[in-house]
Design a binder for this molecule. Structure first.
Ligand SMILES: CC(C)(COP(=O)(O)OP(=O)(O)OC[C@H]1O[C@@H](n2cnc3c(N)ncnc32)[C@H](O)[C@@H]1OP(=O)(O)O)[C@@H](O)C(=O)NCCC(=O)NCCS
Length: 173
């Protein structure tokens, strides 16, 4: 099993894996055009059968990133690959000195097992604006936000105030 950054040749397999779970309502759908444009965000696992799993680390500025599109191929689940992908993405985030990593997911338990804390979705206004506004399911959304702090948060005087509501939301719990 090899872990590596995604390459253009992975696009068809990535699109098909994400579409599989999007149809089941477990992941947000992503078009091939969007995947091509954001390919640099993707880390993958590869085995002799091809793409075994993927995860994207999407930046929202220098201090905040989202774990997105975490998926393990049906048939390869339950063997630690999801955990391995998450650790890989968190290592990349640590190397980039990203203070906080969040996810919006139907499977919060998976992330809570790996040190994430529950958070309010409203703590991530850019995410709501980017992905939720046009979503037909936004009124009955079943997704939960979770967050992991990797480094001390920047001071409140930092121009990127996106982290302030996160801190407030966590403190309120
Ligand atoms: C969620 C997913 C990525 C987990 O990958 P996986 O390879 O099956 O998981 P692992 O074998 O690494 O399991 C790691 C741990 O998480 C637990 N776990 C796995 N899937 C879980 C889920 N959906 N909910 C809660 N816990 C889960 C496992 O029981 C295991 O626990 P343990 O460490 O106590 O043994 C995979 O099931 C998947 O692709 N799901 C469909 C897409 C999806 O829901 N993505 C997550 C949303 S971002």
């Amino acid at each position: 099993m090899k872990s590596r950054r995604a390459r253009p040749a992975d696009l068809p397999a990535l699109a098909s894996l994400i579409a599989h779970y999007a149809e089941a309502g477990l992941l947000l759908p992503r078009s091939e055009g969007e995947l091509r444009a954001r390919l640099a965000d993707f880390l993958v696992l590869e085995d002799t059968a091809g793409l075994a799993g993927c995860v994207a680390l999407e930046l929202y500025g220098p201090h905040l990133a989202e774990i997105r599109s975490l998926a393990v191929r049906p048939g390869a689940q339950g063997r630690g690959l999801g955990r391995r992908l998450l650790r890989y993405a968190l290592n990349v985030a640590r190397r980039r000195r990203i203070a906080q990593v969040f996810a919006v997911t139907e499977s919060p338990e998976f992330f809570l097992r790996h040190g994430f804390m529950p958070a309010a979705r409203e703590a991530f206004p850019e995410k709501l604006q980017r992905d939720c506004q046009g979503c037909p399911k936004r009124r009955n959304c079943r997704l939960h936000a979770v967050v992991l702090t990797l480094y001390p948060l920047p001071k409140r005087s930092d121009p990127l105030t996106v982290l302030a509501p996160t801190t407030a939301a966590l403190a309120a719990r």
